[in-house]
Design a protein around this ligand. Structure first.
Ligand SMILES: [Ca+2]
Ligand SMILES: [Ca+2]
Ligand SMILES: [Ca+2]
Ligand SMILES: [Ca+2]
Ligand SMILES: [Zn+2]
Length: 443
């Protein structure tokens, strides 16, 4: 089970070369940020990407892998492994074949979909979203690791179909041969090194379906990082984990929780991220504790220990993290500056999709901070009071949202005194606001 190691000399040479090649760098943070406070000019924001991740789709792919394909161990010539690869190739190609480059890479034929960025030809920076698809021979592998494969497929589907032109390349990888010795991931890391790629962050998911009932709701999905030890390039693993956790808190229910692996067990919970850590590439490891059916025939979605709701949030948060990192590079980790002094730091504004250099992103007279703290939509100039009547008629039960807006009536300026003209149109306009508010409700 011991991972192969590239010779130290080769690693050094490649690292030196990477250092030299990255000096001619891309636009600075401020240049990249210019006019890009939303992920596209079409008004898409991270919440749209987050919400596009679909639970039914997530479950469907797990069921297909377990019920239709079943066990899929090495060797690569086995019928299960071959069928799984062919299915992955055709599934990736069904998303957006004009944008994705889909191929098998390495002697163990990991299945890879590349979403090329705007800087594909001028930058070596990449983002990796990965999970192994192979199983041991004794199991259909729902938790180990169809849940991880579905995480990769769904993140890929949403980002490839988003219509967004991302900046840096995003690789979606279904690793092969994890169960033997991480063959696929070590091959991919060597592949990236040979191409002088700089991995900004890799997010690997392995066994994310088990519901650890001993954990509180805000720790249902554990995102392991390697600790806060500073890396060669000054990056800290922990910052990436906290970013993913923050995305989950701000756009979802906050199920994701980031924590370091123990000092001695960083190679104790083994999966494909190890290949990245081994080469000092930043990587996160999404993983919940083992279920009782680990490597057993009972590892199917029928296992009552498994839950598919929480990993969908990890998938959505990862899609947003990949999107933001692709747009802004490592600078997304900067959570200190508040460029427009509106009390929302830049990282939070980029997660929310608001403008980092404008304190009132939607120009409705209310600051981003005010709207954020009152659970209004800082990207929608339609203020809640304008559509209150529609809210109360279309949503029967009193929810947090309507209670809040009622309690704040007295403070609202006269801007909202116009009566609503068309209930239906206003309802449609309100919908994003309701979704936004709903999303921000805690469980
Ligand atoms: Ca700000
Ligand atoms: Ca702002
Ligand atoms: Ca505003
Ligand atoms: Ca607003
Ligand atoms: Zn596994």
């Amino acid at each position: 089970m011991k991972p192969k190691r590239t010779s130290q000399t080769l690693v050094l040479c490649i690292l030196m070369f990477c250092l030299i090649t990255t000096i001619k760098d891309l636009p600075s943070f401020s240049e990249e940020m210019e006019g890009k406070y939303q992920i596209t000019s079409e008004g898409r924001n991270p919440l749209d990407i987050f919400n596009a991740v679909n639970h039914s789709q997530y479950v469907y792919w797990i069921r297909y892998l377990t019920d239709e394909i079943g066990t899929r161990p090495l060797p690569i010539t086995s019928s299960g492994n071959t069928r799984a690869r062919n299915w992955l190739l055709s599934t990736f190609n069904s998303f957006n074949s004009d944008r994705l480059i889909v191929e098998e890479i390495g002697g163990h034929k990991s299945v890879v979909a590349l979403l090329p960025g705007v800087y594909h030809n001028t930058s070596n920076k990449i983002i990796v979203v990965g999970a192994h698809f192979d199983t041991v021979p004794t199991t259909k592998g729902a938790n180990d690791n169809a849940g991880g494969v579905s995480f990769v497929l769904e993140a890929c589907r949403v980002l490839a179909n988003s219509g967004v032109d991302f900046n840096y390349d995003i690789y979606f990888i279904c690793f092969n041969g994890e169960e033997q010795a991480f063959y696929g991931s070590f091959e991919m890391v060597n592949y990236f090194k040979a191409l002088h790629k700089k991995v900004l962050i890799c997010i690997n998911a392995d066994m994310i379906l088990n519901d650890d009932t001993s954990r509180p709701m805000d720790e249902k999905q554990i995102i392991y990082h390697k600790g806060d030890r500073t890396m060669g390039r000054g990056e800290k693993y922990g910052e990436w984990g906290r970013l993913l956790e923050r995305i989950s808190e701000q756009l979802g229910k906050g199920y994701c929780h980031s924590e370091p692996t123990g000092e001695f067990d960083e190679f104790g919970i083994l999966s494909d991220h190890s290949a990245f850590w081994n080469s000092n590439y930043p990587a996160l490891f999404a993983h919940t504790i083992r279920d009782s059916q680990y490597h057993q025939p009972g590892d199917t979605l029928d296992n009552p220990e498994l839950n598919t709701t929480y990993p969908v949030e990890t998938t959505a948060s990862t899609a947003v993290l990949a999107a933001l990192t692709s747009q802004y590079g490592r600078e997304i980790l900067d959570n200190v500056n508040d460029t427009d002094a509106d009390n929302l730091d830049n990282q939070l504004e980029l997660i929310l999709g608001t403008n980092v250099s404008d304190s009132d992103s939607d120009g409705d007279g209310f600051t981003d901070f005010y709207e954020y703290t009152n659970s209004w939509d800082p990207l929608n100039p339609l203020i809640p009071e304008e559509t209150k009547n529609i809210t109360t008629t279309s949503v029967t039960s009193t929810n947090e949202y309507s209670n809040e807006s009622e309690s704040e009536n007295a403070e609202l300026p006269s801007k909202n005194s116009e009566s609503t003209s068309s209930g239906f149109i206003n309802f449609l306009l309100l919908l994003p606001t309701v979704l936004w508010t709903r999303k921000r409700e805690k469980y």
